[in-house]
Design a protein around this ligand. Structure first.
Ligand SMILES: O=C(O)[C@H](O)COP(=O)(O)O
Length: 206
């Protein structure tokens, strides 16, 4: 039995383009983001992948990316579960701030720690660990059971909600996850074994 799990970070958003901390805010996709979503769908189609179920967050950048990928796959209307558990990490007081301005104000090192460390939250926001504390229970209760029963599963979500899941899937240390970046609109294809372990990972980045 094939156990397929594909993770995709949404295409570029209007706030990604403006280099603003976004978190739970709900900007749309830019034209480039739409193009990235079409390309992601085409990449999956070229691999001859089809899906039985999809999951996404309650934020429109992830939902629109999914809709566009499903269009490319000829699977518009696929059963899709939407849950805020898959939302991007909440950036708290940094939300809406320009990332370069934040670096000037708080220092390069501090901003990098807030953005990429495991257990240091941005002021008033969620650390990656706190994000994982809502993503992983949802993955284990809603997504993994369907993957294990052979439902080919597509997840369209966000840089940090996916990093928290990837840390678990790939058994990454806090040091390793610090370095892990996800490009916008880039599918990562996982083949999963009968125990939920990872048999293979294929990152479709260029
Ligand atoms: O929420 C945001 O600002 C972005 O989606 C992800 O931001 P980051 O790459 O700075 O964590």
């Amino acid at each position: 039995m094939e156990r397929l799990l594909v993770l995709v970070r949404h295409g570029q958003s209007e706030w990604n383009l403006k280099n603003l901390f976004t978190g739970w805010k709900d900007p749309g996709l830019t034209e480039q983001g739409v193009t990235e979503a079409h390309k992601a769908g085409q990449q999956l189609r070229d691999l001859k992948l089809t899906f039985d179920i999809a999951f996404t967050s309650v934020l429109s950048r992830a939902q629109r990316t999914l809709d566009i990928m499903l269009e490319e796959l000829g699977q518009t209307g696929l059963e899709t579960l939407k849950d805020q558990a898959l939302n991007e990490r909440d950036y708290g007081d940094l939300t809406g701030m320009n990332k370069d301005q934040a670096r000037e104000e708080f220092g390069e090192e501090q901003v990098h720690i807030w953005r990429r460390s495991y257990d240091v939250p941005p002021p008033g926001g969620e650390s990656l660990k706190m994000t994982a504390e809502r993503v992983l229970p949802y993955y284990k209760s809603e997504i993994l059971p369907r993957v294990l029963e052979g439902k080919r599963t597509l997840v369209s979500a966000h840089g940090n909600s996916l990093r928290s899941l990837i840390m678990e899937l790939e058994n990454l240390s806090p040091e390793e996850i610090l370095k892990r970046e996800l490009g916008t609109g880039t599918p990562i294809v996982y083949r999963i074994d009968e125990n939920g372990g990872v048999l293979s990972v294929q990152d479709l980045a260029d």
